[in-house]
Design a protein around this ligand. Structure first.
Ligand code: SF4
Ligand code: SF4
Length: 342
């Protein structure tokens, strides 16, 4: 199927229509103006002018709190009630770095151990990507080989063009969505849409203020496990964990139980390797008992371990951790430092 165009009004109609049979997730602004991916009831709920959602799209595939199952022990007998399978979903508005981040999460949950909670949502979700409109001062995705108009990882990729959007159809899932809503899409203006996308790509490429050279960084950081640099860096870190909560590729979680009387449920909740008790053993031994070990782990994970395990970068250059760290710890500066230190 060849690429299409869609007007702004028709896109709103499409999203309104998709809400009838799917959970539709998109960037929404909460009452404090924080943009996060959340469920919408209508296209008008979307924070249309957003540049980057502060809370990334991982919150759909790996929710901050997720029920795994319910149980009931009344009558002395254990009854387990599984959670129903997720409704089909459409997630709209992922920028290229966030598309790449989902690809980085996939092998974590689809390895030797299959995580059905993640995989069911992944399988039943259509991803509609959206090219960036501008490059933020904290963006450095290009250093990771990602362009702000790349559609890799999306089922459909939309780019603003004129009064509407140029629509690239990238997978059978995307094709099915177009087929089911064919009257809303058009073949008119496709060549102009392609040209608008190329022009935007060129313009955005010139807007990057942050660029890092990753050549040799993994090899160097792999030799730095005992380096005093981590101690210095840790003195600054507050251990608040915001960098990991907002990072689209971070995926640590804890399992807890919530119960009342004989009934309860088991929950999976986001956790952070920056928290002191994250690696605390029942024996009270903690292999990462100081901030030095925790900070070191975070950066080794981003710059080495994820690549080693999955052959994919653990950072996509979205810049959220740079923008939100309360003490200005900046991963691009750390990459530069790693290149410099003896
Ligand atoms: S480490 Fe920072 S820049 Fe890299 S993906 Fe995570 S939040 Fe984005
Ligand atoms: S956001 Fe900054 S201060 Fe907070 S844990 Fe991360 S690096 Fe440390």
């Amino acid at each position: 199927m060849s690429n299409k165009t869609i007007t702004r009004d028709q896109l709103a109609t499409l999203l309104d229509r998709l809400v009838e049979k799917n959970r539709v997730i998109a960037p929404v602004s909460d009452n404090r103006g924080v943009v996060r991916f959340g469920e919408i009831q209508k296209a008008g709920d979307i924070a249309w002018g957003f540049d980057q959602a502060k809370v990334p799209a991982k919150s759909h595939f790996l929710p901050q709190t997720e029920e795994l199952y319910r149980y009931d022990t009344s009558g002395g007998e254990l009854k387990i009630e599984p959670v129903p399978p997720p409704r089909p979903a459409v997630i709209f508005g992922l920028h290229p770095c966030d598309l790449k981040a989902v690809a980085a999460l996939d092998p974590v949950f689809d390895g030797a151990f299959k995580d059905v909670y993640y995989l069911n949502k992944r399988e039943r979700t259509v991803i509609i990507g959206l090219s960036c409109r501008k490059v933020l001062p904290t963006c450095f995705c290009r250093s990771y080989g990602i362009e702000p108009t790349d559609g890799q990882g999306a089922d459909l990729m939309l780019t603003e063009a004129g009064d509407g959007y140029y629509v690239e159809i990238l997978t059978p899932k995307g094709e099915a969505l177009i087929r089911d809503n064919a009257p809303l899409f058009s073949d008119a203006g496709v060549a102009e849409g392609r040209r608008a996308k190329d022009a935007l790509a060129g313009e955005l490429a010139g807007q990057f203020q942050l660029n890092v050279d990753l050549t040799g960084v993994k090899a160097k950081v792999d030799t730095m496990f005992e380096h005093p640099y981590w101690q210095e860096l840790a003195r600054k870190c507050l251990g608040c964990g915001i960098c990991t909560y907002l990072c689209p590729t971070c995926h640590c979680f804890d399992i807890i139980e919530s119960h009342s009387g004989h009934r309860g449920c088991r929950l999976r909740c986001w956790d952070s390797c920056m928290f002191a008790d994250f690696t605390l053993h029942t024996s009270s031994h903690n292999p990462r008992s100081t901030k030095k070990e925790r900070v070191r782990n975070r950066f080794l994970h981003k710059l080495s371990y994820h690549d080693e395990r999955y052959g994919l970068a653990g950072c996509v250059g979205c810049g959220r951790c740079i923008a939100e760290c309360p003490v200005n710890i900046d991963i691009t500066q750390i990459i530069a430092d790693i290149e410099e230190v003896d």
